[in-house]
Design a protein. Structure first.
Length: 441
């Protein structure tokens, strides 16, 4: 008499059976008769092709993916909750770290929400808005360069990776000149900016635009018409317009399905309606189309940056005039790096006791924001980035919640991958371009 196998034990990978005793010949014979060779494998969360700590749970039948699921939460930082314990200006330091490839978009979305609650949208100086637009568009280029560079590297196109990071370094150098940091800037503040552009910025940015215009055609030569590159990307990660609408996908994923939806055009902010640029689309619905869109978006961003540079010739303020909101910061390059200007501190402390007390209260407590809620969206490199800001009338946010495009777009992973090959999963995920700092927050 044979002993039946033990009861099934459910795990995240499916039921696991433990066979004890019995006739092993019967067990082997039953296993050989079973017409089920599907196995569950984990791609990540430490896989080099998952664009961060993303866990992909794949059920495969040979080389074919029969089921695909995302496992997230490995990079959870509690940023949204942390903002509730800091004043409104300090919140910028948190949100800039979410999608760490697009810090200026996180900062701008948050600050636009706070400014909407304060009712000071019309008081933001034009120069501050122009600089915000310029920084965001440069940031869009640097983000797309990382997407193209890492995606190409995963396909074996290491030259694209070298070129992509080479050009990104030039943009990060400009960010360092302007903000003192290469990422996580906290430079955009409620009411405007931390400070104006330092001397020499305009000349360096014009040289940067010239260099980028010269370098971008190299990606076309390397990849756009490359038969190997096209064979690995065309008809891979397919998601049509119906799928995009059902899953809430935005950004290049949506525009690759032919819909020219861009928040900069549909719901302009920071004066985007006054800039001349196009929204590139494709009708391929695949990874190759998303690559072409990102390439063209970088060219359009350069157009916008040039327009910004022309508008920045005239000096102006970069923070609202209301001293009860304007953060009293003035930075200077000292022997220990970028920090508070000693001259500015002497001026505040030497003006009057009233000015010193006001400065102290504004920095330690922060300004009060009228009770209410606001929702604002911006067009990040990955799609529609929204922020819902709630105030209870205090000096700290009651609630801050972000609609991060990477989180929403990852829903499309299963639709893109199921029925395809394991190797194509890497291409599909790269075309979504998720950043887990934004997904997990």
């Amino acid at each position: 008499m044979t002993t039946p196998p033990a009861a099934a034990r459910e795990t995240t990978e499916g039921p696991v059976y433990t066979v004890t005793g019995g006739d092993w010949d019967d067990v082997v014979q039953a296993a050989t008769k079973a017409d089920d060779e599907r196995i569950v494998v984990n791609m990540g969360p430490q896989h080099p092709s998952t664009h961060g700590v993303l866990r992909l749970i794949l059920e495969i039948d040979g080389e074919t993916v029969t089921e695909a699921r995302c496992g997230i939460g490995y990079l959870h930082t509690g940023i949204e909750k942390n903002t509730e314990f800091r004043n409104w200006t300090q919140g910028t330091t948190f949100v800039t770290r979410m999608d760490y490839l697009t810090p200026f978009f996180n900062e701008t979305a948050y600050c636009l929400g706070v400014e909407k609650l304060l009712g000071i949208e019309e008081q933001i100086p034009d120069r501050a808005s122009i600089i915000r637009v310029m920084l965001m568009e440069l940031n869009r280029i640097s983000s797309h360069l990382v997407c193209i560079a890492t995606g190409g590297m995963e396909l074996g196109a290491t030259t694209i990776m070298i070129y992509g990071f080479r050009d990104r370094e030039l943009i990060l150098d400009a960010f360092e000149l302007i903000t003192g940091l290469r990422m996580n800037h906290a430079f955009i503040r409620p009411g405007g900016l931390a400070q104006d552009l330092p001397p020499g910025t305009m000349d360096q940015l014009r040289e940067l635009v010239k260099t980028m215009k010269r370098n971008l055609p190299e990606y076309d030569k390397l990849a756009t018409g490359n038969p190997i590159f096209k064979a690995r990307m065309q008809d891979v990660g397919y998601l049509d317009l119906t799928g995009c609408m059902a899953l809430g996908a935005t950004g290049p994923v949506l525009r690759s399905a032919g819909l020219p939806h861009d928040v900069r055009k549909s719901d302009p902010y920071c004066g985007y309606e006054t800039y001349d640029f196009d929204v590139p689309t494709a009708d391929t619905c695949d990874s190759y189309g998303r690559f072409l869109i990102r390439l063209e978006e970088m060219r359009q961003s350069l157009r916008i940056v040039e327009q910004c540079l022309d508008r920045l010739r005239e000096p102006g303020d970069v923070m609202v005039a209301d001293k009860k909101i304007a953060w009293p910061a003035q930075l200077a390059l000292g022997p220990d790096g970028l920090g508070n200007s000693l001259d500015h501190i002497k001026k505040i402390m030497g003006t009057s006791m009233e000015a010193l007390i006001h400065h102290f209260k504004l920095v330690t407590e922060g300004f009060r924001v009228p009770a209410g809620q606001a929702y604002v969206t911006v067009e990040s490199p990955r799609g529609e980035l929204g922020v819902h800001v709630v105030s209870d009338g205090g000096t700290r946010p009651y609630r801050v919640h972000f609609r991060d495009p990477s989180f929403t777009n990852l829903q499309a992973m299963a639709a893109m991958c199921e029925g395809g090959q394991v190797a194509d999963v890497i291409v599909a995920v790269a075309s979504i371009d998720p950043v887990m700092g934004g997904v997990d927050r």
